[in-house]
Structures are given as structure tokens and as C-alpha cells.
Design a protein around this ligand. Structure first.
Ligand code: GLC
Length: 635
């Protein structure tokens, strides 16, 4: 037992590391940098404590730390003056991402613009829309043709040649920055592709590289793990492992060509930290931390959301604080809401997708009942200061019904049955459905299923149902006004429909998520300024929402507060600002609805609706709302 406190141990380790650094020329020059030294001093204890916990049993733990800190120092030295300037600016405005000016967009480079050069040409459009954040879907070297939409990365330092080069990515980051747009890229760090150099060496049997993955000589240990793990992509392979040609088994949570990295090996942590800092220096402002839930494995658990994952994320975060201080993390944890929130912390991921709000917005549209969404805003929306949700209507992925069964039970809903209903509704197997979704990973053994589809197709535009446009705008109004950063899947703003051409492509036909990843809709964009067209109507509606968001200071910052409307079809939430408050009301019914005047006791007799610009009388007869109408009332 070590009788020194963790602080004392950290100080001793830091002294040792400094002494080691002084022995080399690089080390000496790193230590001359006062800024770096100060930040190292502040964050070292975090990294040390985590390393001691995760890897302290290894004889080489300290040497691993020396290498890590040296790499961090070199990375800081390589950081361009432009990026160091961004670091300084954001230090002065540390909550810049909570501004109501923030607006996100996401797209595939190839599908939306052909290449990185094509994305550059679309910057004027991004400015027209008002984007300040652009998430480019994975663009790194990946196996062809199967690569899970780029989420099987073969090199974190090479762009897929058809899309461009790493130098073009660097230039694009600079151009975007000049246009006031932050670059968001995925850090796919749970797994690499089987064509990554590390994986190829592992497949050849090299012990050092085999130790970077979860590889076992036979089925014994894999079968023991699989007794408690969940199948994620059962259409691809059952269980969590696949067999290699040499007979060994490798952990593969997603597709068989995506091999899970073994973070119980500190060399993996160091290697991925190196890739992260490299990309930070290319100009990434924000990393989308892909599939975080799966990063640590432990026998007899489901190997999801384990406490060690949080330690890893904190250590990665602390490294950024030292060597790329303005970089932020957004967690991608599409899991039970109790777990989603555990990733959100200034010292872990400052931002997180809000999958519950996304899924429940669709749930409320299907049921015409906003009770569950209202409960989620009331109960599960709050975050620590300095943290924020990324609120979205749909992503490149499927929609999973990740609500808590206990929450649903309070409304008399059985989780399993309710999910069955939602799946049936969204694939148009339920009377009265307006949606045209497609099932994803339908698992008859477990009953699990998710839904693919674009916003417009899920909202009824494809089936030419009444109110489809209103549904799209209602859903986006919620993402735009519930706090944090709203994220538009580019193409949604012109009502892009499902694309069934994936069914003709052998590399895509088994993954229905391609239905909601269509290519740039040239014609729809061409019509966007003509309000007599459907794309024009949707675009005008979304632009209006963006304008309102950017001119309504109450919408800045973290969270929404619940407001009980007394009418289950009408969702209510408030956004308190410094001197006034905005009350948002959304009618999820396809019929007119009403809120009694008693709900507005103590409020002014009349107030302005920011959406329509009209004054609304509250206390005379309550509020009458048209089907799918939303109001933003300022008090
Ligand atoms: C994330 C991505 C998804 C991908 C998976 C595996 O969930 O959003 O598209 O299939 O990670 O990388």
C-alpha cells in the first residue's frame, strides 16, 4: 500500500517526468514554454490519478506517462499560431458555445458536396443559413466499399482520397473559421477498421498489435463475455465477436470490419490520444466522441457505460486542456437516459446529443400526446453549468426509443409494447400513420428494432399527408428553443425525402440507415426561395425559426424548465432570460387544442407571440391553438 496521498504521488510523478524530459532536447524545449507548463501543472493530477487507477498495476505505468506528456508537449509546439489564438479567445469567453447564435449543421462530405473542395464552395450557403458549427461525417481513409459510413477508420491522419487530402482539410478548417463556423469531426475511438495498420499487424499475429484489440485464441472467453453483452448489429453477426482467418476471435461490437480497441492497454490510450491531438492541430474545434458507451469491457457486465469509460474521457479531456485548450467534446451515447447524462460534465464531455428529446418528439407526434416529452424536459433536461445539449430532430443514424421504462410506466405505458407501437407507427404499419420509415436492425429474437427515415418522410411529406410541413417545423421549433445547440441534418431544411436507391447498392442494401442519408437535393435547394414550393415553405419556416433564435436572448444557454399546460396534447416549457422569459407552447394534435386561463394566473393579461408577432390575450379565455401550432410567448 502506498501511504502517500494521490496529490503527493502526482507531484512525485510530475517531478520524475520533468526530470526525464530535461534529459532530452525536445523535452527541454517543451518545458521552456510557460503556457504549456502552467496548463500541465493544472491538469497533470487528473491524468495521473486516472492512469494510476487504470494502469497503476503495470511496471511501465510511469514510463507510459512520460511518453504521453512528451507527446502532448510536442503537439502543443506544433499547434499553429492561428489555433493558439483561438485557444486564447475561448479562454476569455469559455462559454462561447452556449450562445443563442450557435447553430449546427451536419452532412456527409461526398453526399452533400462531392469532396472537401465542394464543401468549401458551400460555405456561402452555410452562412446564408446561419451555421456556426459544421459536423462533417467521417471522412478518413476507410475500407471500400464497406465502411459503416466511414465509421471504420483505417487511418486518422489520411483523408479518403476521393474526398481530398489532410492539407485540404486543414485549409477547410481555416476557411470555416474565417466564416465563423467551427469544425466538428468524429473521434471514432472505440474501434478501428480491420484495415488500420494496427489491425493488419494484429491479424498477422504480431503480439504488440494483437494486444491493442480484444483478441482471444479460442471461443471460451468470448462466449463468457457474450453471456452478458447486447447484440448491436445482429444483422451483421450475432454476439460481440467475430472469428479471424487464423482461428482467433476479435471483439467487434458493430460491423465485423470494426474491431474494438483494448483500452485496458495504456499503449492504446497513448496511441489514440496522439491521433486526437493531431486532429486538434488540423483545426478540429469539437470532437464528436463516437460510441463512447462501449469503450471499456469487463466480464459479467453488459460492457456498456462502465465507470472506466468516464475515466478515459476525463483523461482525454485533460490532455486537450493542456495541448489544445479550446477543443470541446460532444458525447454520442444513445443509451438509457440515466447513462446519457453521466457523460456530460465540463471535465468530460461539455456537450451531448439529446437522444431522449429527439425520440420523444417523434413519440409525441405519433401519439398526439406530449406527456412523455414534457416529463423528460421537466425531469431529465437539467445539466451542470457550462454544459449543453445538442438538440436534433434526426441524425444520420436510426431512431431508437431510448426512454426509460419507469418514466413510461407513470403514464400507464408498458415500455416494450409502446416501443412496438412506435416501430409499427413509423414504418406505416399502424392505422392513421403518416410516417414512411424503414425498420433498422429488426431483431425477432429480442424484439428490438429501430427506425430509419428522413425528417420529412417520417413527418408525412412522402405520403403527402396534411400537416406534414407543420410537423417538421414543430419538431425543429423544439430543437431550436430548448437550449444548447440546435443541429440541422442538412437537407431537412428543404424537406428532403427518403432515398431508396440504397437498395440497389450491395454495399448499402443491408443497412437501412442509408435511406436517411440522401445526396444533395439540387432541385429542392434551387426552389428554397420560392415560398410557393414545398421546399420553399419549409425553408422559410426554418429560416424564420433561426432568425427568432438568434434574436431571442432567452434562448441562449443551458436548459428548459417545464411548464404544465394541463392539456396532454400541448407541450409547455420556459426559457428564463436575464430580464424576461419565453414560454414555448407546442400543440402536437392534428386538432385545435386549448389551455385554460387558470394556467396563466399571475402572468400579464396579454403578451407577444414571437413566432407570429401577434399579441395574445391570456387571461380572457386561455389560449386556443391550431393543429401543430407553436407559440413563443415573451413575459
Ligand atoms: C455511432 C455512429 C454510427 C456507427 C457506430 C459505429 O453510433 O453514429 O453511425 O454505426 O457509431 O461506429
Amino acid at each position: 500500500m502506498n501511504s502517500l496521498s494521490i496529490e503527493q504521488q502526482a507531484r512525485a510523478a510530475q517531478a520524475y517526468i520533468l526530470q526525464e524530459l530535461r534529459k532530452t532536447e525536445v523535452g527541454v524545449s517543451i518545458l521552456k514554454n510557460k503556457d504549456f507548463f502552467a496548463r500541465l501543472d493544472m491538469n497533470f493530477i487528473t491524468i495521473f490519478a486516472i492512469f494510476a487507477e487504470l494502469y497503476g498495476y503495470r511496471h511501465d505505468c510511469l514510463d507510459q506517462l512520460v511518453d504521453l506528456i512528451t507527446m502532448c508537449g510536442k503537439s502543443w509546439q506544433d499547434r499553429s499560431p492561428d489555433l493558439q489564438e483561438v485557444d486564447k479567445q475561448r479562454e476569455l469567453d469559455p462559454e462561447w458555445y452556449l450562445s443563442n447564435q450557435m447553430l449546427g449543421g451536419v452532412c456527409y462530405v461526398d453526399r452533400y458536396a462531392g469532396s472537401l473542395a465542394g464543401i468549401k464552395l458551400r460555405i456561402p450557403y452555410f452562412k446564408e443559413l446561419g451555421l456556426t458549427y459544421l459536423h462533417l461525417m467521417p471522412l478518413f481513409l476507410a475500407p471500400q466499399p464497406l465502411n459503416d459510413g466511414g465509421y471504420a477508420v483505417s487511418s486518422y491522419r489520411d483523408v479518403q482520397p476521393e474526398l481530398g487530402t489532410i492539407e485540404e482539410l486543414r485549409e477547410l478548417a481555416t476557411e470555416l473559421r474565417k466564416a465563423g463556423i467551427s469544425l466538428v469531426l468524429d473521434l471514432v475511438f472505440n474501434h478501428t477498421s480491420n484495415e488500420h495498420r494496427w489491425a493488419k499487424r494484429a491479424a498477422e499475429g504480431d503480439p504488440e498489435h494483437s494486444a491493442m484489440y480484444w483478441i482471444f485464441p479460442d471461443r471460451n472467453v468470448p462466449s463468457a463475455f457474450e453471456r452478458s453483452t447486447r447484440e448491436i448489429f445482429p444483422d451483421d453477426h450475432p454476439g460481440s465477436f467475430i472469428q479471424l482467418p487464423d482461428g482467433r476471435f476479435v471483439w467487434s461490437t458493430f460491423y465485423h470490419f470494426q474491431w474494438d480497441l483494448n483500452y485496458s492497454n495504456p499503449a492504446v490510450f497513448r496511441a489514440m490520444a496522439g491521433e486526437m491531438l493531431y486532429l486538434a492541430n488540423v483545426g478540429v474545434d469539437l470532437f464528436r466522441m463516437d460510441a463512447v458507451a462501449f469503450m471499456w469491457k469487463q466480464m459479467n457486465t453488459d460492457c456498456e457505460n462502465l465507470p472506466e469509460v468516464h475515466k478515459l474521457l476525463r483523461a482525454f479531456n485533460a490532455l486537450c486542456r493542456i495541448a489544445a485548450p479550446s477543443v470541446l467534446f460532444k458525447s454520442e451515447a444513445i443509451v438509457h437516459p440515466d447513462f446519457v447524462v453521466q457523460y456530460i460534465d465540463r471535465y468530460e464531455c461539455q456537450l451531448s446529443y439529446n437522444p431522449l428529446q429527439m425520440a420523444l418528439t417523434w413519440e409525441a407526434l405519433a401519439t398526439r400526446d406530449a406527456s412523455m416529452l414534457s416529463q423528460a424536459i421537466e425531469r431529465r433536461h437539467n445539466l451542470a453549468r457550462g454544459c449543453a445539449w445538442v438538440n436534433y430532430v434526426r441524425s444520420h443514424d436510426d431512431i431508437g426509443w431510448t426512454f426509460s421504462d419507469e418514466d413510461a410506466k407513470e403514464f400507464g405505458k408498458d415500455g416494450l409494447n409502446h416501443r412496438k407501437f412506435l416501430n409499427a407507427f413509423f414504418v406505416n404499419r399502424h392505422p392513421g400513420s403518416f410516417a414512411r420509415g424503414v425498420p433498422f436492425q429488426d431483431n425477432p429474437r429480442t424484439g428490438d428494432c429501430r427506425i430509419s427515415g428522413t425528417t420529412a418522410s417520417l413527418a408525412g411529406l412522402e405520403s403527402m399527408q396534411d400537416h406534414a410541413i407543420e410537423r417538421i417545423l414543430l419538431a425543429y421549433s423544439i430543437a431550436m428553443s430548448t437550449g444548447g445547440i440546435p443541429l440541422i441534418y442538412l437537407g431537412d431544411e428543404v424537406g428532403q425525402l427518403n432515398d431508396y436507391s440504397y437498395l440497389n447498392d450491395p454495399a448499402k442494401m443491408d443497412d437501412s440507415r442509408w435511406v436517411n442519408r440522401p445526396c444533395y437535393p439540387e432541385q429542392r435547394y434551387a426552389e428554397r426561395h420560392d415560398v410557393n414550393t414545398i421546399p420553399g415553405k419549409i425553408f422559410a419556416g426554418i429560416k424564420h425559426l433561426i432568425h427568432l433564435r438568434k434574436t431571442t436572448e432567452e434562448l441562449a444557454g443551458g436548459r428548459a424548465i417545464g411548464f404544465y399546460t394541463g392539456n396532454p396534447s400541448i407541450l409547455g416549457y420556459q426559457r428564463p432570460g436575464p430580464s424576461s422569459s419565453v414560454l414555448c407552447l407546442c400543440n402536437f394534435s392534428d386538432e385545435a387544442q386549448w389551455i385554460g386561463r387558470d394556467r396563466f394566473m399571475g402572468m400579464p393579461a396579454e403578451t407577444k407571440d414571437l413566432v407570429s408577432g401577434y399579441m395574445i390575450k391570456l387571461r380572457k379565455a386561455g389560449i386556443h391553438m391550431k393543429p401543430y401550432q407553436f407559440l413563443w410567448l415573451r413575459f
